[in-house]
Ligand binder design. Sequence first.
Ligand code: FEO
Ligand code: CA
Ligand code: CA
Ligand code: CA
Length: 600
Amino acid sequence: PHAPGGPAVGLRFEPISQQTGDRVTVPPGYLHDVLVRWGDPLFSDAPEFDPENQTAAAQARQFGYNNDHLGLLPLGHHRDDHVLVVNHEYTNEEIMFPAYDPENPTRQQVEVAWAAHGLTVVAVTGSRRGRRSGALDVVVDHELNRRLPLTAAFELTGPAAGSEYVRTHADPDGRTVLGTLNNCAGGLTPWGTWLTGEENFHQYFAHAEAVTDEVARERLARYGVLDGESERKWERFDPRWDLAQEPNEVNRFGWVVEVDPYDPSSTPRKRTALGRLKHEGATIRLSDDGRAVAYMGDDERFEYLYKFVSHERYRRGDRAHNMTLLENGTLYVARLTGDSPPAEIDGSGALPGDGEFDGSGEWIPLVSGTTSHVPGMTPEEVLVFTRQAADAMGATKMDRPEDVEPHPRTGVVYAALTNNTARTPEQADEANPRAENKHGQVLELAEEHGDAAAGTFGWRLLLVCGDPEDESTYFAGFDKSQVSPISCPDNVAFDSHGNLWISTDGQPGSLGTNDALYGVAVSGRRRGEVRQFLAVPTGAETCGPVITDRRVLVAVQHPGEIDGATYEDQASHWPDGGTSVPRPSVVVTYRADGRRIGQA
Ligand code: FEO
Ligand code: CA
Ligand code: CA
Ligand code: CA
């Protein structure tokens, strides 16, 4: 039966069906517009994008590749001016460069890739369009516009900065790193800065076999750093990517980075107090006593959920102080326990007898400032080799913890657990209840007494994803005939009504349809009602959703990333059409009638 009253406010649009085409699809009555594409100039001295004639100098003044996290911050007094922050996770050389030979990349191609990684800060405005339009335009040459490519200086801060593990020949003090790598999700802080997470940094480093010390080898292996050449062969052009020459450079990536988008001369900071892992991102909530709490996921199969609690308290209006909060605090990892008998969890996804995948949990402290809680590890070791610290303390191995974000009203934390096809039936537990989990789940974590600094929490699964006709799926008990199929939840966001929005990464492989964006009610009688709002083009992943009252922004990442695709034989020509090269881009969706998103 239909639940009475219609969909939740904010989700009152006609859901779109599953898509397979090389286009962006939005609901009837909505329009979409490309805001900024890979290669678009951010400064008037940058050349127009020309894929046949790319240079590092041009790319460093143009929008980067593979946009992922998006953040929209206020700017000045005009209501529709904003600062947009965007990270650029990685590069797809085969489809970016004409005549790319993966065995023999040229210096030019490698240097363009260095410039296409990193971060963008760019002013955008809605004031150049008609009143009804939600389209935004880049403000070229705005004083806040900034690119931070792999040649830009980043400061390493916090307890592990300067330690023996982060010193290199180029930086014997261990405090200045060139660039940021593989930035995935992120978050905005209450004090107006941007946090972005360095994820799969291991892939850029070569020749782990050159490291012979057993302990050092184990550390590299725990983060997946491989022997032999790297996929991109950057080590041929800069020794810092070669572990034989620079064994510690790899330890200078894998951090949460804090950027002040309002100060274009500021040096971004890698916050070692938040640990080193394959950070998806970090999102902040203040505890009852005003400390900054950062929630984080380590995106790999069988990895962990973390939180950081600052020692100092947030002070309203004292931005300089607040920008030091992530310097010093306690890093915790999560252990989750189910409340149903383990025998009722068989890996099939069948609900246990109490009707819910739920239970309790605790935050296990790993390190507080310069005090280690892990036997046999120094505080610096806990922070630099955080995965091994968490292993030692018995944390719960999750199904790829990606974006983790507290609900702005309730404080309940939502964690996207993307998938884990390697989990066996014996490894199933109540929080990760399916073996060979192709579709992932979404977990709710409620801190004790609602205090973000609590040591214990309750949890339950909101969604066990997949095609609703698949018996192993669960939509918070909502009528499964009324929901959209959803698989591989990756990024999460909230609208002003408190609905959860989920973007996906992996549906082409799991459902056979394009990745997408969904809204889902998390409270009331429509709790669990998943409604598909948008789909991205062929080969793309949906990233960085930002939901405002008038707009939905998404980052369309890696369009055309299909096995075997090359520059000369593309799988996607989005967004420019014809025979063009696909271009990762930010898309803005709004209502044709100028009214609010998801309202009747
Ligand atoms: Fe870059 Fe975890 O997705
Ligand atoms: Ca992601
Ligand atoms: Ca249960
Ligand atoms: Ca992902």
